[in-house]
Design a protein around this ligand. Structure first.
Ligand code: ZN
Length: 372
C-alpha cells in the first residue's frame, strides 16, 4: 500500500512527511465531494450564504480548502502520535498520508507497558482539541459565510476523525489501544492475535452497515481495515520474532559453490547429493552470481550455469534479519549471499534459514511466556 509515495521536501519536527498515491487521488475527489455536497453541510452548520455563491466555482474552491484543512488536521493528529512516542524514547521514521488518513511509522514498538495505548490515544485527543479550537474560532470569527463554513466543517471533521480512529480495529488507534491494554495481561503476540480477530469482526460489521445503508465509502473503508489488520498482524509477528537477530546469527557458513561451467544435469546431481537448492556461482574466488532450483525450470540438461544464473544479491553480516527478509521479499529472491567488506563470500542466508529461526523464536517465546 505504501509502494508509491511522494516525499515532501521538508520535515516537521524533524520527521519526514510522505504522501501515498492513494492520498493524492483522494484529495481532489474529496474536494469535489465536499463542493458538490455543500448545501447539505450548510444546512447542518446552519449557514445561509448569498445566492450567487453557487453560480461560480465557489463551492469547489471551498471544497478544496476544506480538503486541504482536513489534510493538515490529519497531519497534526499524526504529529500528536509522534511527539508522544518521542516522550517514550521512540522516534518516528516517517509520517505517511494515505487513503484512510495518516500513519506515523514508529521505529519500534514501545517497550514500556501501556505506552502503545498512550501514544495511540494522543492522536484522537489532538483531533478533539482541534475540533474544539475550530468551534471556538467560529464563534469569534466574522460572520462571512465562507469562513463560517470552513471553521464549522473542520470542527465537524476533526471530531469525526477522532471518533473513527477510536474504532477498536487495527491499524486504527482504537485497535492499538485495545492491543496495548490486552498486552498488559498476556504476551504481546497473543494480544495482537486477539486484537486482529476483533478488528476483522469490526471491519465486517462496518462493511455490513455500509451495505445496508448503501454507503459505498464505508464499504471501502471496511475492506481496507480488514486487509490492513492482517498485514499489521504479520508485520508485528515478524518484527517481534526476528528482533535482535542479525544475518550473521542465521547464515550458513559452510558454503558449497559451483563453477559457471557446470551443466544443469550436473547441478541437479549436486543438489540431490548435498540436499541444497541454491548455490553461489564462483570462479577463481570471484563471486559471479547465484543459481537456485527455480532457475532450472525450462533449461536443457546441457545448459550451463552461466546462462541461467542471476546477479548475486549481497548483504552484510551486520544487517538485521528483518531487513534481510524484506529485501528478499521485495526482490523476489529466496536467498542472499553474505559478503564481507572485501566482497568475499562468507555465508549464505536462505528463506528457509529465516523461517526456521522464526519458528524457533516463536516456540521459545511461547515457552517463556508460561510460568514454570
Ligand atoms: Zn491516529
Amino acid at each position: 500500500m505504501f509502494a508509491k509515495t511522494l516525499r515532501l521536501p521538508f520535515r516537521l519536527l524533524g520527521i519526514p512527511i510522505s504522501l501515498d498515491l492513494s492520498f493524492l487521488v483522494v484529495l481532489p475527489l474529496l474536494a469535489f465531494l465536499i463542493g458538490s455536497q455543500l448545501p447539505v453541510y450548510l444546512r447542518l452548520l446552519q449557514i445561509s450564504p448569498p445566492p450567487d455563491w453557487f453560480q461560480g466555482p465557489m463551492p469547489y474552491v471551498l471544497g478544496l480548502l476544506a480538503a486541504l484543512g482536513l489534510f493538515l488536521s490529519v497531519l497534526i493528529h499524526e504529529l500528536g502520535h509522534a511527539l508522544t512516542a518521542r516522550a517514550y524514547g521512540v522516534q518516528t521514521r516517517e509520517i505517511t498520508l494515505w487513503l484512510l488518513g495518516g500513519v506515523a511509522q514508529l521505529e519500534q514498538i514501545p517497550r514500556t507497558r501501556g505506552a502503545e495505548a498512550v501514544i495511540a490515544i494522543a492522536g484522537p485527543i489532538v483531533s478533539v482539541l482541534l475540533s474544539g479550537l475550530f468551534a471556538f474560532l467560529r464563534t469569534v470569527a466574522p460572520p462571512a459565510a465562507e469562513g463560517q463554513f470552513l471553521l464549522g466543517y473542520l470542527s465537524f471533521i476533526n471530531l469525526s476523525l477522532a471518533l473513527f480512529n477510536l474504532l477498536p480495529a487495527l491499524p486504527l488507534d482504537g485497535g492499538r489501544i485495545l492491543r496495548s491494554l490486552l498486552a498488559l495481561y498476556r504476551p504481546y503476540l497473543e494480544a495482537t492475535r486477539t486484537a486482529v480477530a476483533v478488528s476483522k469482526v469490526m471491519a465486517f460489521a462496518l462493511g455490513l452497515l455500509g451495505l445496508l445503508i448503501g454507503n459505498l465509502f464505508m464499504l471501502l473503508i471496511a475492506f481496507f481495515v480488514f486487509m490492513a489488520a492482517s498485514a499489521e498482524a504479520e508485520q508485528t509477528v515478524l518484527s517481534r520474532t526476528l528482533e535482535g537477530l542479525w544475518v550473521r546469527d542465521l547464515m550458513t557458513r559452510e558454503v558449497s559453490t559451483v563453477p559457471p561451467s557446470l551443466t544443469m544435469a550436473e547441478l541437479l546431481d549436486k543438489m540431490m547429493l548435498e540436499r541444497h537448492v541454491g548455490y553461489p556461482v564462483v570462479e577463481e574466488g570471484r563471486l559471479l552470481g547465484l543459481i537456485g532450483l527455480e532457475d532450472l525450470h525450462g533449461a536443457s540438461p546441457q545448459t550451463r550455469v552461466l546462462e541461467r544464473m542471476r546477479p548475486p544479491l549481497q548483504v552484510s553480516p551486520d544487517t538485521e534479519a528483518l531487513a534481510a527478509l524484506q529485501r528478499m521479499a521485495e526482490q523476489g529472491f529466496s536467498r542472499l549471499l553474505v559478503t564481507d567488506e572485501q566482497g568475499r563470500l562468507i555465508g549464505i542466508l536462505s528463506k528457509t534459514d529465516l523461517l526456521r529461526a522464526l519458528q524457533l523464536r516463536a516456540a521459545q517465546m511461547s515457552l517463556s511466556s508460561h510460568p514454570r
